[in-house]
Design a binder for this molecule. Sequence first.
Ligand code: DX5
Ligand code: ZN
Length: 218
Amino acid sequence: MIELAFSILAANFAHLADEIRAAERGGGTIVHVDVMDGHFVPNITFGPPVVKAIRPITKLPLDCHLMIENPDAFIPDFAEAGADMISVHQEVCRHLHRTLQLIQQHKVQPAVVINPATPVETLIEVLPMVHHVLVMSVNPGFGGQQFLPLALDKIAYLAELREAMGLNFRIEVDGGVAHDTVARVVEAGADMLVAGSAVFSPGKTTQNARELLKLARA
Ligand code: DX5
Ligand code: ZN
C-alpha cells in the first residue's frame, strides 16, 4: 500500500486542524511533522507542543521527522506528545543504534533519515530495527525545493537490500514529490510519499491529495 504522508510544513498554521482534515479527506494516510531547530538545518519550525495540539484532532499516525542536532534529548518529549513514528538523521547520531533503541523504549516506531550526500551503506546494520528509512530528495530545511533525482537509485538500492535481507521496513521519500516526480519515486520502490507544497493550497488541498495518490497508485 502506497501511503501519502502530507507535510504540514506547507499548511496554513493558523488553521492547522482544518488543513489536516482537508488532506485526510483527500486520502492522506500519515501526518508528516517537520521539526527544525535552526542548527542542523537553517530554519526553525515547531516542537512537541504542536504535536500535542494536533494529536486529538486526527486518528492518523503522526510521523515526526526530527531535523535537530540532539534528538536523544527530545525523543521522550515527542513520544509523550503523541508521536507514532520518529525519524532521526543519520548525520547527527553518533550512536545511531542507541538512539533507535531509545525511540523503541518509548513505544514509538523508529526510523532513520539520510541526506542527499549520505550513502545508504551507512544504514545497513540498523535496517533490521527500523520501521522505515527516509530518503531525502532535497537538502532538508525548506519546503518547495526541486526534487533531486539522485534519490531514485538510493530508493531502489534500499528496496534491493530489503529483499536480500528478508526485511519489511518501509521506504519513505521526502522533498519535491509532486505530480511530475511521483511516478518515478514509486517505480524506484518508495511506499511512503511525503508531500507538502504539492498537497497544501488554499481550497485545493483535498483535491491535490486525491490526485497525487491517484498518480502514485496508478
Ligand atoms: C524538508 C522537509 C520536507 C518538506 C517537503 O526539509 O523535510 O518534509 O516539507 O516539502 P515539499 O513537498 O514542498 O518539497
Ligand atoms: Zn520531512
